[in-house]
Write a protein that binds this ligand. Structure first.
Ligand code: NAG
Ligand code: NAG
Ligand code: ZN
Length: 394
């Protein structure tokens, strides 16, 4: 009884804290983020044929411990250390800090024929904290996707699983990093609550053989355990007690890029964010439609034969509210070890899974460009509001 009351009270406080620290954008700021400049950048970066874009270098087999996997990681690292769209310490902060978390684990079959069962896995973490802060005083919005591909079927490149989610995270950073710099340079956050941004690109999400507790989410299991024990910069005098405790929201993106996904709300704790994403999508779709001329809209309603299309299912929105929480965390994915440690989870994964799931057809031909651009718009606005960037975007 006592325990239960306490638990409820904590949940309410946590929800209130989250809502309080979320600042809506002004209409002109929303319009700015939806402008042609941003959608063109997204289209170029998500073009599967653009080798200097963000997505194409990930669209390949990338099994744990292989040279190909290391090359994909180098692509991520180059983005954080060299991309002209990111600040490199220009605001007096140390800019993006990139770390690799490498470890060995035993797998039931080798990732490549003739390979070792003792496999090297590597997670990549990138952090940007406000200037002049102690790590233990910063709560981080943490954007997460896995970058390994599945061993079978041979040649599987997992365009939705999770090449596109990785590229999407990078695109959101490219869109917002300058605003973060402006905000932190202005001193607006000095002495207030401090919120940092963090990216986790995890290895070994896929089972090598069959999905079991020990043959899956190798990287996430290692990272959660390591960060729970990482208490050096944290302690009794700081608000957060460990690296794990410094994750304010674990936002996991998986199986995205095909048209009209249905994204349920999986956890009561982060349901506020699901509600808000639905609202954002309606707002964004309204703005996008308003931005087009009436002629263009009339053309769009007709199919290639000039006939009127029926109501597009996609127009119903991706964040349906069936009035219940789906599966309550029973989907096997990278969030589980973090959830077990009590980290708040926002799991953006469609249910049902895309029809190409775990087949050789999960390739670039089955990614839908308008859907990918809309994901970039939704996630850019969500992260901008979560990081309270209103006033620093334009
Ligand atoms: C490829 O992407 C880069 C980075 O966004 C962009 O500068 C370039 O124009 C793109 N190339 C093409 C052919 O779209
Ligand atoms: C796996 O390989 C690493 C590096 O060679 C080694 O340090 C570790 O002991 C090996 N683990 C097992 C269980 O053999
Ligand atoms: Zn998968």
């Amino acid at each position: 009884m006592m325990l239960r009351t306490l638990h409820k009270l904590t949940a309410v406080l946590a929800a209130a804290g989250a809502a309080q620290a979320y600042k809506l954008l002004a209409p002109e700021e929303l319009q700015h983020l939806l402008s042609e400049e941003y959608s063109t950048a997204a289209r170029q970066n998500f073009d599967p044929k653009n080798t200097t874009g963000l997505l194409a270098p990930i669209l390949r087999v990338r099994l744990p411990g292989t040279k190909e996997s290391a090359e994909v990681r180098a692509h991520f690292r180059d983005f954080f250390t060299q991309s002209p769209t990111l600040a490199h310490g220009s605001d007096g902060s140390s800019g993006w800090q990139v770390e690799e978390d490498s470890f060995y684990d035993i797998t039931p079959v080798p990732p490549v024929p003739g390979g070792d069962l003792n496999v090297s896995f590597t997670n990549l973490a990138a952090v940007r904290d406000p200037p002049d802060t102690r790590p233990g005083d910063v709560g981080r919005l943490t954007l997460v996707a896995h970058y390994d591909s599945k061993r079978e079927p041979a040649g599987f490149i997992g365009a939705t699983d999770s090449a596109f989610p990785c590229a999407l995270i990078l695109q959101v950073l490219a869109n917002l990093d300058a605003a973060l710099t402006r905000k932190w340079q202005s001193g607006a956050d000095d002495g207030k609550h401090t919120r940092g941004l963090q990216v986790l690109l995890l290895d070994g999400e896929e089972a090598l053989k069959d999905w079991t507790a020990t043959d899956s989410i190798y990287g996430a299991r290692h990272m959660a355990r390591t960060w729970d024990e990482q208490t050096g910069d944290y302690g009794v005098t700081t608000q957060r007690k460990s690296r794990l405790d410094a994750i304010d929201l674990f936002l996991l993106l998986d199986l995205l890029g095909t048209p009209a996904p249905n994204i349920p709300s999986y956890y009561k704790h982060t349901d506020w964010a699901h509600v808000h994403l639905g609202r954002l999508q309606r707002l964004i779709r309204g703005e996008n439609t308003a931005a087009k001329t009436k002629d263009a809209r009339d053309d769009e309603k007709k199919d290639s034969n000039g006939k009127e299309k029926g109501v597009d299912k996609a127009e119903e929105g991706w964040f349906a509210r069936p009035g219940k929480f789906l599966m309550g965390g029973r989907i096997g994915d990278d969030h589980l070890p973090f959830h077990n440690f009590g980290v708040p989870i926002l799991h953006l994964i469609p249910m049902p899974f895309p029809h190409v799931w775990h087949t050789i057809d999960d390739d670039s031909d089955h990614l839908d460009m308008p859907t990918m651009v809309e994901w970039a718009q939704i996630m850019t606005v969500f992260v901008a509001e979560y990081m309270e960037l209103s006033g620093y975007l334009v």
